[in-house]
Structure formats: structure tokens, C-alpha cells
Write a protein that binds this ligand. Sequence first.
Ligand code: CAA
Length: 285
Amino acid sequence: MAIKTVGVLGCGLMGSGIAQISAAAGFKTYVLEVNETFLQKGMARIEKFLAGGVEKGKMTAEERDRILGQLIGTTRYADLKACDLVIEAIIENVEEKRKAYAQVEAVVGAHCLIASNTSSLCVTELAAATGRPDKVAGLHFFNPVPLMKLVEVIRALPTSQETYDALFAFSRAIGKEPIAAPDRGGFIVNRLLVPYLLDAIRCLEEGLGTVEDIDQGMKLGCGYPMGPFTLLDFVGLDTTYYIANIMFEEFRETRFAPPPLLKRMVLAGYLGKKSGKGFYDYAKK
Ligand code: CAA
């Protein structure tokens, strides 16, 4: 199956990164947001990253312009009509995704694949919410999308072999390393990462060490690029809480249960870097 034109639903943190790497790989890429304000914000994020790439000598100004030339921002679903693949990276809500898929299916051809960047929802449920379940799968990227090499390809129960193969090939074409992940809560990476992050919070609650010392321990002792609390702040405490709850629902195992401190920090609005405060205070940093 030849994928030439790609659509990305959502130009937030993940969607903008996905649209950027798709355009950088030479695919004509349409990125859709619900309104102009969100679209401009997302496009500005892409432009900033590319400008940083030029500054760092990672790409030339011509290369940046070529990428931006392959990228079309839109707020109209009708503009997605030529897409061979639509990657959805919108809010983690089944009903919202269902509505978005219906709007995509109303304009794209019968051959068009739909991939969800969900980090926690059941991909089989998402596939079943469309009129083309055999052409739906999960394509889970990691933050920051342009820098993280991995993509998890998640096969839903109805996903066809052809769809699965096409998404593996597409992942490689955009410079990522795909792995086959099962349609189970947390797939592979979050299945291991989330209990580790939750455990770090439990250790903190038990007084095992300070935020700084636990972070330093895992960073310098294990060679992790970020300690667990820096990573929690980076991913977002609300996002981690949301994923943990879904995984706890799925497996009913205590290691996925969000610790009380995480819940209270989310309720207090301490969401991490994006809110200015999480385990670290970014106003001070
Ligand atoms: N354009 C091109 N290249 C850029 C760039 C830009 N704008 N900005 C940075 N880079 C390059 C740098 O030049 C550097 O390249 P080299 O290694 O060749 O020198 C590389 O990217 C790393 O950048 P920095 O040196 O500026 O930053 P860093 O070394 O501090 O790394 C990081 C930043 C990649 C984010 C690193 O800290 C890291 O890997 N953190 C862990 C992130 C992580 O775990 N993400 C997964 C979260 S979980 C998730 O996403 C899934 C979920 O469902 C919740």
C-alpha cells in the first residue's frame, strides 16, 4: 500500500511532532486542529523546533523550508480527502475520537488507514468505532516526538495484516524504529514505565529520599536521561494519573494504582512543567 499523503488530527504536543516528522520524511502532511488559535500555536511549536534545528546545525534553512512546504495546517476535515493515512492525536476520550473518525471517514477514500496515537485506550474499541476496523491500528509515539526513536505499532483484534505491515513500513519511512505491541493497557513501554514512576512517588511518600536524590540516583546510577520526578513533570502528572487509572481498571493490580500524593497533586493543579509546578517548581528553575 503506497502512503503518499498523511493527515494528522490534533496539533498539540504529540500531533505537532508527528506532523513535523511526517513532513520531514517527504510526505505531504495535513495537520488539523479544531480552531485557528490551536492551529497557530501548534504550527509555531513546529517552526520553533525547526529553527532550533537550524541553529544547532542539524539542518539547513533550505531543509527547514522544504519541510514547512510539505506541511499544510487546516481546520477543515474536507482538506483531508486525499489522505492515505490519518494519524489521530487528539484528546484521550473515546467519544471525541469516535466523532473525529466519523468526520474523517466522511471525506477520505475507502483505502485510507486510520492510526491512533492513544497511549492508554483500547485500540480494538477505537477500531470498532469506525466503519473500517481492519484499517485501524495504534501508532504510539513518544515525547518529544522528533527526538524519540521509538514507535509502538498496536494491532487491534480486527486490524488486517496489510494495515499492520503498511504501518511498520510507514514508521520506518519517517525514521522511527517500530516495535510490535499488544492491545493491552499501556502496551509495552507504559506497562513498564508507569509502575516505575508510581513506585518513585511511593518511595518519596515513604521518605526513602528527596525528589532530587531519587532523580540523581536513577540518572547517574542507571544512566537514565531523566530521573523519575523530572520525567513525571515532563510527561504531565495529569497524563500519568489518567494512564495509571486506565491500567488499574484493566489489570486490577495495585502496582498500577495511582498513589494518593499523585492524585492530590493533580487535584491541586500541580501538573508538572506545563503548569509551572510539579515535583519541581519551574518558576524557580
Ligand atoms: N532540532 C534538531 N535536533 C535537536 C533539536 C532540534 N530543535 N533539539 C535538540 N536536538 C537534538 C540535540 O542536538 C541532541 O542531539 P545529539 O545527541 O546528536 O547531540 C539531542 O537532540 C538531544 O537534545 P539535547 O542535548 O538538547 O537535550 P538532552 O540531551 O537533554 O535530551 C531528551 C532531551 C531527548 C528529552 C532526553 O532528556 C530524554 O530522552 N528524556 C527522556 C524522555 C522520555 O522518556 N520520553 C518518553 C516519555 S513517555 C511517553 O511519551 C509516552 C506516554 O505515553 C506517556
